[in-house]
Write a protein that binds this ligand. Structure first.
Ligand code: ZN
Length: 443
């Protein structure tokens, strides 16, 4: 199995059902930026790929931040004074505000009000809220549920712990022939939300599984980390190593039914930016490319000025542009098996370009070599079929001056990379080219 046989590779996903099944398995787990939900998630990912789980102690300084206290919640509910649970964490883990401090007591309906979060515009959905860096507690509920809270007093129980522990993340390095790395990063800190967090997790997991069974030039580093504090922590612990990262992608929100959105790295014309732009242009499916902006996911940390890594972000509909974002409606119905599969297909195509890019050097640079006598040219001039294949051959030969990569040529010729690569392979087999290792640099 190689990246060149994409159909064969994608057949390993059972039509994408393998991706979806992992999402179903991970969906019920209550994740946060720390705690047992992250460990449980990594443990299940670890059943498929050999990730290493890292624990970083609470209070560890990481650049301008501190690794936070560890949060775990066992039970949480709002009950009437006669003991009837009206909002119950066991029904949906979004019901408790993430990082809620432990609390137990009877409070008035009026006092409760400031601890409730709902969405009047979507009265059946439960919002997702957190309070990581300010000590607070609260409940998220549907607006319909909120309107039914008519009692004068309620009993609150939040059985949680917020104490010294650790931040947990998963890491996997799949070594290639080169120590130069491609980084794939996804966040694992959201509770039962599918597009936002689980879609990236399941595509990254399957990608790692597939790459592990293929020949590789690059080394591939996978990070399964809590958003923001996880990438900051990883970067703080690996500052010496990041110079090896030649390209990277943050995978998030890649399971909804919308077209692909690629958010460029801060550099804007780095290898990954060029590869994604090229593939999306020739793929013939709805897509858009947006420039870097300093908000969003972990690309904010990878692209902070001190690092400025060539890491872009792959999404479908961007966060905030779909109403289900950060609500209970970001569920197993929102994410489509075919979208997960399409996103995986796109990443594999990008890796194919990165793996096969090289600098062709013509062995016959003075005028065109005679292709006809080598059987590489139409026998009868003027024939239409085969013309595009020949154009690829002529472009590669013309640009094979040792200063252009195959991606440079594909961009300039406006011919898909696969066709340029196929032409170069054919010319090399006929002794007309030598391949020199090298990647497209920033243009
Ligand atoms: Zn989110």
């Amino acid at each position: 199995m190689t990246l060149a046989n994409l159909e064969q590779v994608l057949a390993q996903t059972q039509g994408g059902h393998d991706l979806y099944d992992l999402m179903v398995e991970l969906y019920p787990i209550c994740r946060s930026i720390t705690g047992n939900g992250v460990r449980e998630t990594l443990n299940r990912i670890g059943n498929r790929i050999p990730i290493q789980v890292q624990e970083v102690a609470s209070g560890t300084p990481v650049f301008d931040w501190l690794v936070p206290l560890e949060w775990n919640v066992r039970d949480a509910y709002l009950a009437t004074v006669d003991g009837k649970r009206v909002i119950d964490f066991r029904d949906n883990n979004l019901h408790v505000v993430g990082y809620s401090v432990p609390f137990r007591g009877r409070i008035s309906r009026a006092e409760l009000e400031s601890h409730l979060h709902s969405l009047p515009e979507h009265p059946d959905w439960i919002p997702y809220r957190t309070s990581y860096y300010k000590e607070n507690w609260g409940f998220c509920l549907s607006h319909r549920q909120r309107l039914e809270l008519h009692e004068a007093e309620y009993d609150v129980q939040i059985e949680a712990s917020l104490e010294k522990g650790s931040l947990t993340y998963g890491e996997l390095l799949i070594p290639g022939r080169s120590d130069q790395e491609v980084l794939i990063s996804c966040h694992v800190c959201h509770p039962s939300l599918c597009n936002d967090n689980l879609s990236g997790i399941v595509v990254a997991t399957k990608l790692a599984e597939l790459l592990g069974g293929m020949p590789r030039t690059y080394s591939y580093r996978f990070l399964f980390i809590p958003g923001t504090i996880g990438s900051i922590t990883w970067l703080a612990r690996n500052q010496e190593r990041v110079g090896r990262i030649r390209a990277g992608l943050v995978l998030t929100g890649i399971g909804d039914g919308g077209g692909v959105t690629y958010k460029q790295s801060r550099q804007g014309r780095s290898l990954i930016d060029r590869v994604m732009t090229h593939i999306l242009k020739h793929r013939g499916k709805p897509h858009r490319t947006i420039e870097f902006y300093p908000y969003g996911y972990d690309e904010r940390q990878y692209c902070s000025p001190g690092f400025d890594l060539p890491v872009g972000c792959l999404m479908r509909t961007p966060h905030g542009e779909y109403p289900e974002y950060h609500t209970s409606a970001d569920n197993l119905e929102l994410v489509k098996t075919e979208s997960l599969l399409d996103s995986l297909d796109l990443v594999l195509k990008a890796l194919y370009v990165i793996e096969n890019d090289m600098i062709p050097v013509s062995t016959n640079p003075f005028c065109e070599p005679q292709l006809g006598k080598r059987g590489l040219y139409r026998a009868i001039a003027g024939q239409k079929e085969g013309a595009s294949k020949e154009m690829a051959l002529l472009w590669v030969l013309n640009m094979a001056d040792g200063r252009h990569t195959l991606l440079d040529i594909a961009e300039r010729a406006q011919i898909p990379f696969e066709a340029i690569h196929a032409a170069a392979t054919l010319l090399e087999a006929n002794g007309l080219l030598q391949a020199r290792a090298g990647n497209s640099k920033e243009a």
